[in-house]
Design a protein around this ligand. Structure first.
Ligand SMILES: [Fe+2]
Length: 184
């Protein structure tokens, strides 16, 4: 069964979260959604059903790493302070709903009923709220997707949203896109 220790080893930046209670609550969201899913291994869950963009775990880890580094650089460059817990926990939870949005069926990843009915990230935001994650972080979870109409209210959310979008595109063959779509 998935536990906190396993999540801390999969996502080492959780050790940088200053509020241990917040990190524990965030882990509970992963554990609950995974426990209710039909996935056998957390690392089998793909970032997207077409499986071409790696695993959910790798995507989440990369989003945490990139968002954290952007925040570090920005606080070096600008006289601003950023809430690193807000960045790390919202990056950790931004796509957790995919555990429930996808399921495994005859070896294939398919969208669940909930995954088809609800806007992406809704389920993760819902579980995060139930677990007592602060609304500021929940608003970043729900607002990170282009499906959402929620404006980011925090610079931490803007950083996570754009780090996530860049990470999600890391495997895209832009030269092929140019050839196929623009005939260049
Ligand atoms: Fe997402």
């Amino acid at each position: 069964m998935l536990n906190h220790r396993e999540l801390f080893s999969l996502f080492p930046l959780l050790c940088k979260v200053r509020n241990p209670e917040l990190a524990e609550k965030a882990c509970n969201v992963w554990i609950k959604l995974f426990g209710e899913s039909n996935w056998q291994n957390l690392e089998d869950i793909p970032f997207s059903p077409d499986k071409q963009k790696g695993s959910l775990v790798d995507h989440t880890k990369a989003t945490m790493d990139c968002a954290f580094r952007i925040a570090e650089d920005m606080t070096d460059i600008y006289p601003i302070s950023l809430d690193s817990d807000r960045i790390l926990i919202s990056a950790f939870l931004h796509d957790v709903s995919k555990i429930a949005e996808y399921s495994i069926c005859d070896g294939d990843c398919v969208r669940t009923k909930a995954g088809r009915l609800y806007q992406h990230a809704f389920l993760g935001a819902h579980e995060a709220l139930n677990e007592g994650i602060p609304p500021e972080i929940v608003s970043i979870i729900i607002g990170h997707t282009p499906q959402s109409n929620v404006k980011m209210r925090f610079l931490e959310g803007v950083i996570v949203k754009h780090a996530e979008a860049a990470v999600a595109e890391a495997g895209t063959d832009y030269e092929k896109l140019m050839r196929d779509e623009l005939n260049l």
